[in-house]
Design a protein around this ligand. Structure first.
Ligand code: PLP
Length: 395
């Protein structure tokens, strides 16, 4: 994909780059931009009862239907939030508040910080739900733990399990895990931020109770997300105010952002077959990197998102790779970049038993709706050139 990235630092110099960091943020889709402009032009509060307010409400409810339809849910069970982080926070703090703390959070070892840290601040007991070396939740561990559940001591089990991992793309056995938890009288929250538009997401088939989404991973704007809440599932609000979003999330809705989210979601569902077809080009790229450089591909032999590749070669530090690729006109991220842009050891790879040397060298390539098939070759060639100048030369 050829896009223009505008650097705002010095002037309006434009550079042509291949963007391979969709799991961080997908570029905004044209459908989303158009919907956002329409909503901005309405310029009224969806809670107002006058004509412009009713027009704003119509756009809001249209987006709710678009998001609901994409996940097989009723529109009225969707609560719009300021993003995936807030959706996860609402689910975790909201369920703990409603259960008055009488629960234990089982948090998978590979959750995004938006889940792991909110669980940590929820004020109840937390246990790590282990993953296998392949990066999938260990269902045997879960079965065993639930069989020993002591409701008097542990309260209700609440599992937090993501749909697909943001670093490795490994798809999690959410439906199987949720069934086990349900049988044990518990609840499941699924962070589906990386699943929407890449996998079929159907809340009924998954059998979960809460599901978090984020607009900017599907080509909508940043700063918008949603929490789906199963009708009747325990949840208390964590933000109080004007009572918007069925009183579950007060605050005037970000109408243009939500309109963009709805339009992007609809387009992402339409484009899903195209995205899934990227797997063949991704696999060919990985095969080339394995044969020419001996890289280790994480999650290679389990079900993975078609557009994600996370690999490493010991001794070639992730920061160096990211910078070399940037100079070569390819935007990638380290396997474990945090919000400050610094590279830290990946907890996901550690949970999979990957040693530190390899983990510190992990880079993530993630493609999306505007990727051309030959982008994979360009990325592979850029990476191999950088590796030959450094780690392969000394090998
Ligand atoms: N959950 C996962 C799996 C993510 O990848 C991200 C973003 O990287 C989030 C949650 C947070 O979403 P947001 O950036 O919309 O707050």
């Amino acid at each position: 994909m050829q896009i223009f990235l505008q650097t705002v630092i010095a002037s309006d110099i434009c550079r042509t780059m291949i963007y391979a960091d969709y799991n961080a943020t997908a570029p905004v889709r044209p459908e989303a931009k158009a919907a956002m402009l329409t909503a901005l032009e309405v310029g009224a509060n969806p809670s107002s009862v006058h004509g412009p307010g009713r027009a704003a409400r119509k756009l809001l409810e249209q987006a709710r239907s678009q998001v609901g339809l994409a996940i097989g849910a009723r529109a009225q069970d969707i609560v719009f939030t300021s993003g995936g982080t807030e959706a996860n926070a609402l689910a975790l703090h909201g369920v703990v508040a409603q259960l008055e703390g009488k629960c234990t959070l089982l948090v998978s070892a590979i959750e995004h910080e938006a889940v792991a840290k909110n669980a940590g601040y929820a004020g109840v007991a937390i246990e790590t739900a282990y993953v296998t070396a392949k990066g999938r939740l260990d269902l045997d561990w879960l079965r065993d733990r639930l069989s020993k559940w002591d409701a008097d001591r542990d309260g209700i089990p609440v599992l937090a399990l993501m749909m697909a991992n943001n670093e490795t793309g490994v798809v999690q056995p959410v439906a199987e895990a949720a069934a086990l938890v349900r049988e044990a009288g518990g609840l499941t929250h699924c962070d589906a931020v990386q699943g929407l538009g890449k996998l079929m997401v159907n809340v009924g088939l998954l059998g979960v109770d809460y599901l978090a989404l984020s607009a900017h991973k599907v080509g909508g704007p940043q700063g918008v997300g949603a929490l789906w809440v199963r009708s009747g599932a325990p949840l208390k609000p964590v933000l109080f105010g004007g009572g918007q979003e069925r009183s579950l999330r007060s605050g005037t809705e970000n109408l243009s952002g939500i309109a963009g989210f709805g339009a992007a979601t609809e387009a992402a569902i339409r484009d899903m077959p195209k995205l899934q077809a990227l797997a063949a080009a991704r696999d060919a790229m990985e095969a080339k990197l394995v044969s020419e450089a001996g890289v280790t591909v994480f999650g290679a032999d389990v079900d993975r998102l078609a557009q994600t590749s996370n690999f490493a070669i010991a001794g070639f530090r992730a920061e160096t790779q990211v910078m070399a690729m940037d100079l070569a006109g390819v935007a990638v991220s380290s396997g474990s970049a945090c919000s400050s842009g610094k590279v830290k050891r990946s907890l996901v790879l550690s949970a999979m038993g990957v040693d530190d040397d390899l983990s510190e060298s992990a880079v993530r390539i993630s493609f999306g709706w505007d990727t051309a098939l030959d982008d994979f070759d360009t990325v592979a060639d850029a990476w191999l050139q950088a590796a030959r100048r450094t780690v392969l030369r000394t090998a």
